[in-house]
Every structure is written in C-alpha cells, then in structure tokens.
Write a protein that binds this ligand. Structure first.
Ligand code: ZN
Length: 543
C-alpha cells in the first residue's frame, strides 16, 4: 500500500516534468533494421556531397561577423524552407537567429552549430601563406563556415529516411549566432527555446572526428563592457575642468593587471578598449573597456566578475567619473552527456576519418610549417573517447555550455581543419574552403545523422541521457544564468565593421551556378605552395 502511494507520487512527479520523453517506451526500430537504415544514411549523405561543398564554400565567402550573419542566415533559411522545414526567424531578439523544425512528436532532437567569423582573419583559401582576399576584412579564421553544412546535410538525409520509414520525431536546426562573442546561446535558453528539446547534438569544426563527455578542459566566462562617463574640456586650454573617462579605463586596467597575480592560475582574463575617446585635444567625456572574465566554474567566474565590477567603481571614484556596465556575452563551462557521447563514439568508429590525398597533406604540412606548428599533417588516427580529465586545463569557452546545463548535449568535432594551428588566426581559414573542409563536413554529417537516428529509434537512450543529466551532472550543480530578463542581446556589435567591408566581400560571394567550387571561382590552384625553403622562412618572420 505504502509502496503504491510512493509510486503514485513518483508517477505524478514524472508526469509533471514538462514535455520530456519520460516513459520507458519500447524501441521503435529493431537493431538489425537500425543498422540497415544507418547504412542508408551514409549513402544519402554521400549523395549530398555537392550540396555540402556548396554550403561550406558559400558561407566561407560571406565572411560575416557575429550578430551580422545576414547573408549566411538568409541562405540557410531559404535552403531549409525549400526542403520542407518550418523556420521562425529573428528569435530571441536577434535578427540573424532562427529556429527550423521538421517532423512531429517526440523526441525533439536539435542540431546546432556556429556561423560567425573572426575579425581581420580574411584569407585566400588553399594558399599556404598569409594573403588576404581583402586586407583587414573578417574571415573564417575559426572555421564556423562548415558546421551548418554538417547539420543541414545530416538533416536532409535523416528526413528522407524517416519519411520513408514512417519514424516519428521532431528535428530542429538552429545557428550559433555570435559564438565568438558568446552572445546568443544563453539568450536562447533564457527565452525558452530549449525547454521542449530532448537532446542537443552540437557540432564544431576540429581536426579529428571526436566527441567527449563530462566537464573537460576549458572555461566559462562573462563578457562585460564598462562604460565610463566624465566631463569634456579643452585638453590644453582648461584641462583642470575636465574629468577623463579614459583615465578611469586606464586605472581600471592597471588595477586588474596588478590583481591578476592574486587570482587562481586557471583564470583567463583579457580586455580591449572599445572606446578610447575621440581626439587628444578633447578630454574624453566617454570611454569604455570590454573584459572577458574566464574561470573554470560558476562560483569562480562570478567572483572575478564581481572583482571587475568593484575595480570599475574604484576607478570611477579615483577620477570623479561615473561607471555602468553591461553584459555582452556569457558562457557556462561545458558538460556533455555520457550516454549520448558513447553512442556517438560508436558511430564515429563506423564512419572513420576521410581519405586524404597527397595534395591535402601537402597543404596541411606547408601551413603547419608557416605558423611554426609540428608538421604532422592531417589526422590519420581517430581519438578515443575517454573519461574526463582529472585536472581540467584552462582555455577557451563556448556558450554551448549554457545549453548543456539545460538539456543533455554533446559536441561532435569533425575534421575540416588542419591540426597544430594557433586558432582565431588567418591560418585557420586556409583549409576552410578546400577539399579538406568538404570531406571533413561529409564525415561529420554521417555521424550526426546516424546518431540522431539512434535517438529517434531508441527512447531508452534518450531516457539514459536524462538519467545522467538529472542524477549525475546536475546532482550538486544547477544552472544559474549570468543574464537577467533585462539584458538585451548585443546585436549592435560588429555592425560598423561589416558595413565597411560588405560591398568588397560581395564581389567574392561564391556562385555555385557558375563555378564548381570557390577555389575555381577565385582561380586558385589546389594547393598553392611556396617553391623554396627560403620563402617559408620569410613567411615565418613576416608573421
Ligand atoms: Zn568556435
């Protein structure tokens, strides 16, 4: 009797959980049939290789920065609508963000990948030295032009197989807008986009085919701009009547740089002066400095953020200026789902790495030489999914972290780039519109499609992912967002830069109706390498 009552309470609790797959529903497709359908997906993805190449090359040629991914989103939204997806545009107050759905019912599997570029990383693809198409323009020096090609290819293959076999479920595609500013995903979460999603399969360019689970290396962060306001005056005629907002910025930076020594070694913090005043003879009335405060966990990020705010107030006090601050971006440290990562790893092993040609390897080694990396060439062996590191290392962040603390999530890394590169650099753009990127995206699409099919077919796998999420991942740690309902997305960022370069960039937009590839359109030989060792040495010194 007592047992029954407890069961009822449990049942009610389970029923009250909003919109998740909860019951132990039986497998929808037999293991044998699943194997066959997986093979069909591989064939489908291969038949879509041309489209994959077009997507990779086109988005590369748009070269758009965060929040200004106008052409990229217009192109992807059009493509998805043509293929039967329903698309809602401008989600979460971001003109370039969208939410594309196809299918119906449970589970809801959402594919995400970033779409924005890196300032000043414009680079001719396949050319093994630093040479921009447009000097100083943005480019894909992170490789975010390839992830949506993986997702859309996988989605189209899946849709075909699911339609044919009558497999129910909902597929969602969404873009990582402004990932380089960690400016969107926490806002998507805040505005409720992930509340009915069962599993998120995220994908990001890498130099191997791999997935991980648990905490891993890397940081989370708060990106904050401090805006100081003083009083202008003639810089020579009456400087004593002025209160320099730039003085406050500089004092804050000096303070932070002294404090650095007394912060945990795993922290990373960096800043740019986003407004340094107008001209020297006018005491700067306004000035602003933009910080990234990175740490390994929420409490430590919060602590350093609070120190930063205090220091800004102290700098304002020293200079008799006023200060306010606003959050421009935020990312939680990532945590990925063990059951989903392990299922994905089995598919990674089935797919394996692409077959690289001698040309692919020559380009890779030449680029590695130019930037002073080990000349290991392209990856030839898969990395294995292991346990999370016991002592995670510091490093970069990705706002997929915010989603991973709300829905079971994994990130698939696919081999579209060259190992041993510095990151956020022109050299990271070289492979990104070449056969290396195209083949890497095809391999990634196979794994994405197969892994999603498995989730659609096996409710038990979705259930295991939620068990891990509830009983392991969030047992002692709960998501606390850094943003409130009042923090708008920073959609004004990068507007000026894109306005400056867009008409120049437009001349090189890839036209797939006239050219077999962007390389062909640009008249670039694959690969383009220096003839002599001396010029390689010159490349290195010219960095
Ligand atoms: Zn990235």
């Amino acid at each position: 009797m007592r047992h029954d009552a407890r069961f009822s309470v449990l049942l009610i609790a389970v029923l009250l959980l909003p919109g998740r797959v909860t019951a132990q529903e039986k497998q929808r497709v037999s293991d044998k049939q699943l194997q066959k359908l997986s093979d069909d997906l591989v064939t489908e993805v291969e038949s879509l290789q041309k489209l994959t190449q077009v997507m990779v090359d086109k988005i590369f040629s748009f070269s758009e920065l965060g929040f200004q991914e106008i052409e990229t989103s217009k192109y992807l939204v059009g493509l998805l609508r043509q293929n039967g997806f329903e698309v809602k545009e401008g989600i979460a107050g971001m003109p370039t963000a969208w939410w594309a759905t196809w299918g119906s019912g449970k589970p809801v599997i959402a594919f995400g990948s970033d779409i924005d570029g890196i300032p000043k990383s414009n680079q001719k693809p396949a050319v093994a030295w630093h040479e921009a198409l447009i000097e100083g323009a943005p480019g894909h020096g992170e490789g975010h032009n390839s992830g949506q090609a993986v997702n859309v290819t996988a989605a189209l293959a899946l849709k075909k197989v699911m339609e044919r076999e009558g497999i129910p479920g909902t597929l969602v595609l969404w873009p990582g807008v402004a990932e380089e500013l960690v400016g969107a995903k926490a806002w998507f979460v805040r505005d409720g986009y992930f509340k009915d999603v069962d599993i998120v399969l995220f994908t990001h360019v890498g130099n191997n085919l791999g997935v991980s689970w648990g905490g891993g290396d890397g940081t989370g962060l708060v990106s904050t701009e401090f805006l100081f306001e003083g009083e202008s005056a003639h810089g020579a005629g009456a400087p004593w009547r002025g209160r320099s907002a730039l003085d406050a910025v500089e004092l804050m930076d000096v303070g932070w740089n002294f404090r650095r020594e007394h912060l945990r070694p795993l922290q990373r913090s960096h800043y740019v002066i986003s407004d340094g005043g107008d001209q020297p003879n006018v005491v700067p009335q306004n000035a602003a400095v933009w910080y990234y405060f990175r740490e390994m966990d929420y409490d430590n990020i919060k602590r350093n953020y609070d120190i930063g705010v205090k220091m800004s107030e102290a700098a304002a006090m020293m200079t008799d200026t006023k200060v306010t601050h606003r959050i421009l971006g935020t990312a939680w440290p990532r945590h990925f789902s063990k059951p989903v990562a392990e299922a994905m790893q089995r598919n990674i092993e089935k797919v394996g790495l692409p077959t690289w040609t001698a040309e692919d390897q020559m380009l890779a080694r030449a680029v590695q030489r130019v930037v002073g990396g080990d000349t290991t060439g392209l990856a030839m062996k898969l990395v294995r999914v292991g346990s999370p590191p016991e002592q995670p290392q510091s490093g970069g962040s990705d706002d997929i972290g915010d989603i991973s603390w709300n829905v079971p999530t994994v990130t698939l890394r696919f081999p579209s780039n060259i190992p041993e590169l510095p990151g956020h650099n022109w050299s990271n753009a070289i492979a990104m519109a070449t056969p290396i990127a195209h083949k890497g995206a095809t391999a990634g699409a196979k794994v994405m499609a197969m892994s999603a099919l498995e989730l659609f077919a096996k409710p038990a796998l979705v259930q295991q992912a939620w068990d891990y999420f509830r009983n392991v991942q969030t047992k002692d740690q709960h998501y606390i967002p850094f943003i409130t309902a009042n923090d708008p997305p920073a959609t004004w960022l990068n507007k000026d830069i894109m306005e400056r370069f867009r008409s120049e960039l437009r001349k090189y937009y890839y036209d797939e109706t006239r050219f077999g590839s962007l390389l062909e359109q640009l008249g670039i030989t694959y690969p383009t390498l220096r003839k002599t060792a001396t010029s390689d040495a010159n490349d290195r010194t010219s960095r």
